[in-house]
Design a protein around this ligand. Structure first.
Ligand code: DX5
Ligand code: ZN
Length: 222
């Protein structure tokens, strides 16, 4: 889906929301590839963030780069459509938040948007067996969703290795993304396990020099 071997996707959850447009522009100009857009509903996760209007505002502000929307919401379908209308390039959701996973995926893809499935540290990968051919991205959470700044959970590495094998055996063009606690120490472990797309929030936005941080992160990818 993207020719680029490795992708760095800063999570705007850790950015300064009062200056969101500038933050997104700056982090992209500093070498980031995608914008990771975390959507929380105070129902699926115990936190509340931003909705489709903010995604559209970024498009209106002039952001043309890839917007990777991570829905941590239940239910999924209606807001997924609103995000597509607001300019999302990819919408991923947690399978346990949808009653009909295959239908939710195709409702996204029918609109010309890419679709991803997200797995929490303790969520079974079993839905993947039926829908791997239908999706563009698998996202493995390496923290429990809901907050930025948490510590990387090491057992997610086995999950990444397992999904890497599934993707390689399928021969499909599916990205393998990791999200949560990614920093200069953990990005190497995740890439070694097989991840090719890396979300990082606090490790980027809590530093002064985004360009330097992103190039340091990139240099640790194996
Ligand atoms: C967690 C979100 C993550 C989070 C990552 O629920 O999905 O994208 O913001 O933040 P860091 O990189 O700080 O763990
Ligand atoms: Zn996320």
């Amino acid at each position: 889906m993207s020719d680029q071997k490795h992708i760095i996707a800063p999570s705007i959850l850790a950015s300064d929301f009062a200056r969101l447009g500038d933050e997104v522009r700056n982090v992209l100009d500093a070498g980031a590839d995608w914008v990771h857009f975390d959507v929380m509903d105070n129902h699926y996760v115990p936190n509340l963030t931003i909705g489709p209007m903010v995604c559209k505002a970024l498009r209106d502000f002039g952001i043309k780069e890839f917007i990777d929307v991570h829905l941590m919401i239940d239910p999924v379908d209606e807001l997924a459509q609103s995000f597509i209308e607001a300019g999302a390039d990819l919408v991923s959701f947690h399978p346990e938040a949808s009653k009909h996973i295959h239908r939710s995926i195709h409702a996204i893809k029918d609109k010309g948007c890419k679709a991803g499935l997200v797995f929490n540290p303790a969520t079974s990968l079993s839905p993947l067996e039926s829908v791997l051919d239908d999706i563009d991205l698998v996202l493995i959470m390496s923290v429990n969703p809901g907050f930025g700044g948490q510590s990387f959970i090491n057992s997610s590495l086995d999950k990444i290795t397992h999904v890497r094998k599934m993707i390689d055996e399928s021969g499909k063009d599916i990205r393998l993304e990791v999200d949560g606690g990614i920093n200069k120490e953990t990005i190497g472990l995740a890439s070694k396990a097989g991840a090719d797309t890396f979300v990082a929030g606090s490790a980027i936005f809590n530093t002064e020099n985004y360009e330097q941080t992103i190039s340091e992160l990139r240099s640790k990818i194996v």
